[in-house]
Write a protein that binds this ligand. Structure first.
Ligand SMILES: NC(=O)c1ccc[n+]([C@@H]2O[C@H](COP(=O)([O-])OP(=O)(O)OC[C@H]3O[C@@H](n4cnc5c(N)ncnc54)[C@H](O)[C@@H]3O)[C@@H](O)[C@H]2O)c1
Length: 440
């Protein structure tokens, strides 16, 4: 269905519960960050919903409001946080363990963070081999696990007086799996839950439980989840917006910033070698080849859709694209992403670019969790459902709105699409950058 224009979006009144399956480094950096910003201890750097502006009308109008003043978004004061984890650590302990934020900041948020305790997880060892927690639901039937999650959600919403809920998967990357017959239709998936089909992953049970209750859902990890016909059928049936997958941070963020520039100038690329060292729990999980495979597939897809080698064979027809991730404990969450890019210019003359990004993974990911929660909540109030392609901006592996359409990876096109979607929703002119100046 085409996107409605000039939609009368109901205001974001009351409390918005943000549910996080997985309260590790990203999850707790997001929660602690929101609490710190709420107290005026820090600024929401990296968040488009909090700091971004949007031009409305021609440049001569000089009308450039903040996005959060332009569309009705929940405010940080309205947010309530909850989630699940396979470890029982409360958000203070988990954030301290993750080692992303400094102790003196966490101390100032101590009481609020300690009050956020994860609910018991739905977990299956086969899907995350390098993780050994014991804060796990006793139910063994996948159907009963889904019901138990539903009870959790109900209780959380009641205890916290939530008017609306959204969920963002911040759990570990599960092993790489192709969809099977159980993912084909909602009926097959529900039967699969009843049969505890081994092809249904824990992350899919969370998504099912949320979508069943009409809760918008985002998938921050690269594993198979909302990109299955069964879960999309459920999202459409219940009018729920969904988006994924794999937060675009660090090295892939740099790739989708640089690659469109090379392509714009018709510079050729012969090879792109990317390596990463990281030492957080995510790195430990990705040390398992099957979890790494899910990440590798997600990271490798980026360049092809930007460079379109089939349309530009002389420039990009033969790229050697290699991605490596190595678990290296001394680095903790402070990853190093190193890229060697072999490019060529006029007459085929070769050049090299080296990028060494000493980044902080969770610092880059936390504002994305915030934006996704607020935009998904907006989408739900605006009556939007199914895959939200305008949120591709946030993903390493954006989900296309229908199979067969290639996803857009160019971050600048993604941002234009996001802002034009907001303009369209409000009934303002979309900005095409075509002006009348040629005829003066
Ligand atoms: N940090 C980034 O920049 C970034 C970028 C892209 C994607 N991601 C993805 O985001 C996810 C979170 O990253 P992180 O750095 O916070 O990892 P992390 O290991 O610190 O946190 C993940 C948490 O999920 C929990 N978990 C695993 N399976 C679960 C289950 N079935 N139910 C509930 N909890 C479960 C783990 O116990 C852990 O606490 C990972 O999948 C990662 O690949 C992160």
């Amino acid at each position: 269905m085409p996107l409605q224009s000039n939609v009368d979006v109901p205001p974001a009144t009351g409390k918005l519960g943000v549910l996080l399956p997985g309260m590790g480094a990203v999850g707790t950096t997001f929660i602690a960050g929101c609490l710190a910003i709420r107290k005026g201890l820090a600024k929401p750097i990296g968040s488009l919903t909090q700091m971004g502006t949007i031009r409305i009308g021609p440049r001569t109008d000089d009308n450039v409001p903040l996005i959060r003043d332009y569309v009705p978004l929940a405010t940080l004061d309205d947010l309530v946080f909850g989630g699940w984890d396979v470890f029982e650590d409360d958000a203070y302990v988990a954030a301290s363990r993750a080692g992303v934020l400094e102790g003196h900041l966490l101390e100032q948020l101590g009481d609020e963070l300690r009050a956020i305790k994860p609910m018991t997880a739905v977990f299956e060892q086969a899907y995350v081999k390098n993780l050994h927690g014991n804060h796990i639901k006793p139910e063994t039937s996948k159907w009963e696990q889904a019901q138990a999650l539903d009870d959790d959600i109900n209780r959380f919403a009641e205890e916290n007086g939530c008017d609306r809920l959204v969920a963002v998967w911040c759990g570990s990357t599960e092993v790489y799996r192709e969809p099977t017959a159980v993912h084909e239709t909602l009926a097959a998936f529900e039967q699969g839950l009843k049969d505890s089909d081994p092809d249904i992953a824990p992350s899919q049970i969370y998504a099912y439980a949320c979508l069943k209750r009409g809760i918008p859902y985002a998938n921050g990890a690269p594993n198979l989840n909302l990109d299955t016909p069964a879960l999309l059928e459920l999202a459409r049936q219940n009018g729920v917006p969904v988006t994924g997958k794999d937060f675009k941070t660090g090295q892939t963020l740099m790739k989708t910033i640089l690659a469109p520039g090379f392509k714009a100038r018709m510079l050729g690329v012969e090879g792109w070698y990317s390596t990463n060292i990281l030492g957080n729990r995510d790195g430990e999980v990705l040390d398992d080849p099957e979890s790494f495979k899910a990440k590798e597939v997600s990271k490798l897809g980026v360049l092809d859709t930007i460079f379109e080698p089939e349309r530009n064979p002389d420039l990009y027809g033969d790229i050697a694209h290699v991605v490596r991730i190595n678990y290296y404990p001394p680095r903790g969450d402070n990853k190093e992403g190193w890229d060697n890019i072999d490019i060529f210019g006029w007459l085929g003359y070769k050049m090299q670019i080296k990028v060494d990004f000493l980044c902080r993974d969770s610092i880059l990911a936390a504002p994305l969790v915030l934006d996704l929660a607020l935009f998904l909540d907006l989408a739900k109030r605006a009556g939007m459902s199914g895959v939200q392609e305008w949120l591709s901006f946030y993903w390493k592996s954006p989900q296309p709105v229908q199979p067969g359409i290639y996803p857009e990876h160019d971050i600048f096109i993604q941002l234009t699409k996001l802002k034009n979607t907001l303009r369209h929703l409000k009934g303002d002119e979309v900005i095409t950058h075509v002006g009348a100046e040629y005829y003066d």
